[in-house]
Design a protein around this ligand. Structure first.
Ligand code: SAM
Length: 249
């Protein structure tokens, strides 16, 4: 049996009894970083007897090669648990090939519910959730990133992005260039951790606030749905604000 097992994205209390049972029952745990997952097992009080569960590294660089080995373990009747460093495996993380192959070969696949940073951020963002698009990481280079943002803007739904602290300001600058400086966004940082924070508002303001400080933690960046006449509405709002300012003077 193959069990897809999420792990916490920052708060150990988010691990469910089912997840802990799955990890404890594994013959093999396929994980991104064996040391990190080993530490998690320790924290959960899962003692490893006779070398089981065996931790096997499974990451984007060895995914293709390792899949065969894990399928052979399934063929031999072993329980393989797939985890990632944090959150749900296969979501912007390796694993879908293993799930696909295991299912195709007739093995039972059980996916456990658990944290996904995108879903936590979406539900806390206050942005429309009736329709949304999960994009994950955008390209690193500005030109390709802006092109992709233009395509996402055309969907006219809430867009959910993953970003590292090193590139989040660059990303928000490009969002401002493509969607307009006044476009509403939410930058969700350090979710489920002690310094969890949601920064909501026009992209230029959120970007300026982040640019002015030392940035720590991982980010989910959410973009409100684009409205095709948003640019004109922005100009109207600016004119109204200017008239009000002049009248006050
Ligand atoms: N599989 C994971 C999931 O289910 O969310 C995502 C893995 S992806 C490689 C890592 C990215 O997820 C980070 O760069 C960040 O964008 C986002 N992320 C993960 N944990 C987070 C957290 N606690 N707060 C904010 N973003 C987080």
């Amino acid at each position: 049996m193959l069990i897809v097992c999420p792990t916490p994205i920052g708060n150990l209390q988010d691990a469910t009894p089912r997840q802990k049972d799955a990890l404890a029952s594994a013959d093999i745990i396929a994980c991104e970083d064996t040391r990190r997952t080993g530490k998690l097992l320790e924290l959960f009080g899962i003692a490893r007897k006779d070398g089981t569960p065996r931790l096997v590294s499974y990451h984007e660089h060895n995914e293709a090669g390792r899949t065969g080995e894990l399928l052979r373990a399934l063929d031999a009747g072993q329980t393989v648990v797939l985890t990632s460093d944090a959150g749900t495996p296969t979501i912007s993380d390796p694993g879908y090939r293993l799930v696909r192959e295991a299912a195709a070969q007739g093995h039972e696949v059980v996916a456990l519910p658990g944290p996904v940073a995108a879903m936590v951020a979406l539900s806390g963002s206050g942005l429309p959730t009736n329709r949304f698009f999960f994009e994950g990481f955008l390209p690193n280079k500005t030109k390709a990133r802006k092109e992709r943002l233009e395509a996402l803007r055309a969907l006219e739904v809430t867009v959910v992005l993953y970003e590292s602290p090193y590139r989040v300001v660059e990303l928000l600058e490009d969002v401002g260039a493509v969607y307009g400086e006044g476009h509403e966004v939410c930058a969700a940082r350090e979710l489920t951790k002690m310094h969890e924070e949601y920064m909501r508002g026009p992209v230029a303001e959120v970007c300026a606030e982040l640019a002015a400080r030392e940035i720590h933690g991982e980010f989910v960046v959410l973009l409100a749905p684009w409205r095709p006449n948003e640019a004109e509405e922005d100009i109207d709002a600016q004119i109204d604000a200017k008239i009000a300012e002049l009248l006050e003077e």
